[in-house]
Each structure stands twice: as C-alpha cells, then as structure tokens.
Design a protein around this ligand. Structure first.
Ligand code: HEC
Length: 204
C-alpha cells in the first residue's frame, strides 16, 4: 500500500471517528432529559454511589458525645416528639408512652400503654444509651413493625442532645456511659462511618 493510500485511509478513519463521536454526543443530548439524576426515584436501600456494592449505613456513634451534649438542645428537639409523648413524671400516655425515667429502664414497660411488642427485637430489653441511639436514628429500621410513626433524628448531635436530656428526666439519673461502653459502640458503628467518608468522592 502506497503512502498516499495510507494517508487517505487514515484520514477517512479519523473523520468517521469524529463524526461518530459527535453523533453520540448529540444523541445523548437529545435522549437524556435534563436533571435525570435529580428526577430519578430513589430506591430504598440502593445507593447511587457508583463505587460498587456499598455496605449498609449505620447510625453514627454518639456515646462519646453525651457528657458534653447540649441538654437544652435536647429539650428543643423533643418538640418533634411532643405530639405523641409526654416527658414529665406521671405524664399521660398519648399516641406514644410517657418517657419519664426511660434511660436504663426496661423497654415497653410503661403501664397502661399498648405496645407493638417489637422493640425488644434487637439490643436486649433495656433502653441502653447504645440502643436509644440506634432506635432514635431510624425507629423503623431498629424495630420493624414499631407503632412509632416517626422518621428519626438524622443528626448525631440531635440524638446525643436528646438522649442527654432524656437521661436527666429521672429521680436519680443513670451514670453516663463508661469508657468501655463508648469503645464498644465505636467498634460496632464507627467502621461504617469511615467507609461512607471514603466513598464520598465517587458519589459526587
Ligand atoms: C407520631 C407519634 C410519635 C412521635 C412523633 C414520636 N414517637 Fe416515640 N413512640 C411512639 C409510639 C406509638 C411508641 C410505641 C412504639 C411501639 O410500641 O412499637 C413510641 C415509643 C418510643 C420509645 C420507646 C418507649 C418504651 O417505653 O419502650 C421511645 C424511647 C420513644 N418513642 C422516643 C421518641 C422520641 C425521643 C421522639 C422524638 C424525637 C419520638 N419518640 C417521637 C410514637 C411517636
């Protein structure tokens, strides 16, 4: 094959390639509606991260925050609960049970309240700090089938403040979490937090 011939073939391939690229670009513009990503329905449990299968998200640990938590903020956050709960000693049950003396006590033990019965399904039958953190993060994930129709407290600072305030609602508040309880909670929940951070750039 002569040099001229080769050049012609090469030029033809180049032109064809550019044409194909442009056609593809135009086709994409025409067929893809704008903001496809924003309009797409989020599918429960599926993260659009593009980083391969993602580990299940867990609640951020909060036990280490309790000693310094903003108790007044907890009381403010409780307005989100007040439609269903009373917090005072001897307060009436509403849609949900009265929450006086809750921390460290038995789950589902308020007299006269008709529970779903599913709150013991994980984390034992006592409202430990760690159990409360997970429950308040996503009540329905912690206890599928719960009657508590509430989405949960997403921010770790809100959960810490809420739990710290709940702790004060007792004649003799329970001791704050011990160092070993804090470490146990972090060992269980913190690895997932690290992973989320790691995947964040590819999730853009
Ligand atoms: C729409 C009503 C509603 C809201 C809002 C609500 N709860 Fe509840 N809550 C319930 C019901 C109903 C139950 C009983 C759950 C069951 O039996 O499964 C419950 C149970 C609980 C329990 C377990 C009590 C026990 O005796 O074991 C805790 C703790 C709790 N809620 C805390 C909160 C906090 C804190 C908030 C606000 C951040 C909140 N709830 C918001 C309705 C609600």
């Amino acid at each position: 094959m002569g040099g001229m011939e080769f050049n012609k073939i090469f030029a033809a391939i180049l032109v064809a390639g550019i044409a194909a690229m442009m056609a593809g670009f135009v086709a994409e513009k025409l067929t893809k509606p704008h903001k496809l990503k924003e309009n797409a329905y989020p599918i429960e449990g599926v993260e659009v991260a593009g980083g391969g299968p993602k580990k299940e998200k867990l609640a951020e640990p909060v036990l280490a925050l309790l000693a310094q938590a903003d108790i007044a903020r907890g009381q403010k956050v409780s307005k989100a609960c007040a439609a269903c709960h009373t917090f005072d000693k001897g307060g009436a049950n509403g849609v949900g049970p009265n929450l006086w003396n809750l921390v460290g006590g038995k789950k589902q033990s308020v007299a006269g309240f008709s529970y779903s019965g599913v709150l013991n399904a994980q984390g034992g039958d006592v409202w430990s700090y760690a159990a409360l953190n997970k429950f308040l993060w996503k009540p329905k994930k912690y206890a599928p089938g719960t009657k508590m129709n509430y989405v949960g407290l997403k921010k770790p600072e809100d959960r810490a403040a809420m739990i710290a305030w709940l702790r004060t609602l007792a004649d003799s508040p329970k001791p704050l979490p011990s160092a070993s309880q804090i470490a146990a909670e972090e060992a269980e929940l913190a690895p997932a937090v690290e992973e989320t951070v790691e995947l964040a750039p590819s999730a853009h």
